[in-house]
Design a protein around this ligand. Structure first.
Ligand SMILES: *Cc1c(COP(=O)(O)O)cnc(C)c1O
Length: 396
């Protein structure tokens, strides 16, 4: 008998398990809530991206149900064929208005829109894609699919970015695109957009900002990082996700009408993969209405963030470079980070450990994200447990 041609699966899984890199899928029973039932246990949930607690908001659920009654459950087509319903168009108008641009285009996910923009806009070997080293995996994969040359600069290092832009390779490029996360997903720090935009303008590059963790969080009514810095009209490509603060799923790009037209005719995921079910689209429309009408939700997110971050710091934890609701608790060692997370879970707090190779060696941490839905009691309970377990494992 020849060897099993797919035997590599179990061999590689065994290796991942031995290295502690095999993910265990935790099971959420019921909705994504600030206090959730996870693996059968009630815990303060500090791990989702449900920033504004919209994932089970009554108005969003109602909008989804009404859309199913009116439009059915799916579109059964890709957008350019007959997968664009009037509500898809409505959502795109609303997103453009929200982001202060003349147009927007919705994709199946934030991951997809990043891949699509990198691939479509950087489509030739004469193009140059310049990316922060800590950008999201979807930008890395998009850059791999792009035909452009690629250059990575050290995290937020503006001197290095300038050197790259002055290089002969950049000077000879047909197009240059600088891509950055608006808020970085592991450390919760904010991109230096004013400097990036100044450099881009000086050297004839254009900027794409991935605001997956900034939309609904930063800027007026959660408009995102360009709005936060007053740079809306100088950032031509604003990416957002509908899967985090907005509470549903999807991604979008906001920019000029020409950008939209270009992507409609070139972006492969847009052209070849079916569109969102109407219920999702209706949910997102309802979520945007809430962002406009209830800015106090965002204020609550920030007051919770300050309370929790200050509490962690008062206990003696290192919260790294965080400037946003994404707050790492630095541990520095993989085994200890995992143990910290596991013990916290037993105590009723869910904070996921994030370890090498997802973050650099020695940067192992727990990552916490509070939401607008957490009460002061939830957060104080979590802080008490962080203190207790932190001392127990010798981190404090
Ligand atoms: C989550 C995330 C994405 C992907 O968004 P999805 O809508 O979940 O596909 C893209 N970029 C960043 C920075 C993210 O954190």
């Amino acid at each position: 008998m020849p060897a099993d041609p797919m035997g590599f699966l179990d061999a590689e899984i065994a290796q991942l398990k031995a290295q502690g890199r095999f993910p265990r899928l935790r099971i959420l029973e019921g909705a994504q809530k600030p206090v959730s039932i996870i693996d059968g246990k009630k815990v303060v949930n500090l791990t989702s991206n449900n920033y504004l607690a919209l994932a089970d908001h009554p108005a969003l659920k109602q909008a989804a149900k009404a859309a199913i009654d009116k439009y059915g459950v799916g579109t059964a087509a890709v957008r350019p064929i007959i997968g664009t319903m009037d509500i898809h168009q409505q959502l795109e108008k609303k997103l453009a208005e929200f982001k202060g641009t003349s147009a927007a285009l919705v994709f199946q996910s934030g991951f997809t829109v990043n891949v699509a923009c990198c691939q479509s806009l950087m489509s030739d070997e004469r193009d140059l894609l310049i990316s922060d080293e800590l950008n999201h995996a979807s930008i890395i994969d998009g850059a791999r699919l792009a035909k452009a040359q690629r250059k990575i600069y050290p995290h937020k290092d503006m001197k290095a970015l300038k050197v790259l832009l002055e290089s002969p390779q950049a000077r000879q490029a047909r197009r240059q695109m600088i891509v950055t996360d608006g808020v970085f997903s592991m450390d919760g720090d904010i991109a230096p957009l004013p400097e990036i935009v100044d450099l881009a303008e000086k050297y004839g590059a254009f900027v794409m900002v991935d605001d997956a963790h900034a939309s609904g969080v930063l800027g007026r009514n959660g408009r995102g990082s360009p709005d936060h810095f007053g740079l809306t009209h100088r950032v031509p490509i604003q990416i957002g996700t509908l899967s985090k603060a907005i509470g549903a799923v999807g991604g979008y790009v906001a920019g000029s009408q020409s950008l939209r037209d270009y992507l409609v005719s070139t972006a492969r995921p847009f052209i070849f993969s079916s569109s969102h079910p109407p219920s999702i689209i209706a949910t997102c429309i309802a979520a945007l209405d809430i962002l406009m009408l209830e800015p106090q939700r965002i204020e609550k997110l920030w007051s919770n963030t300050r309370h929790f971050k200050e509490g962690l710091q008062a206990l003696g934890f290192d919260t790294g470079a965080s400037e946003t609701p994404i707050t790492p608790v630095m541990v520095g060692d993989t085994v200890q980070a995992r143990k910290f997370s596991a013990r916290l879970f037993e105590e009723g707090v869910f904070a996921l450990s994030i370890c090498y190779p997802i973050v650099a060696k020695g940067k192992d941490r727990l990552r916490t994200i509070v939401s607008a839905g957490h009460t002061a009691e939830d957060l104080d309970f979590a802080l008490e447990k962080f203190g207790k377990v932190g001392r127990e494992i010798g981190l404090l």
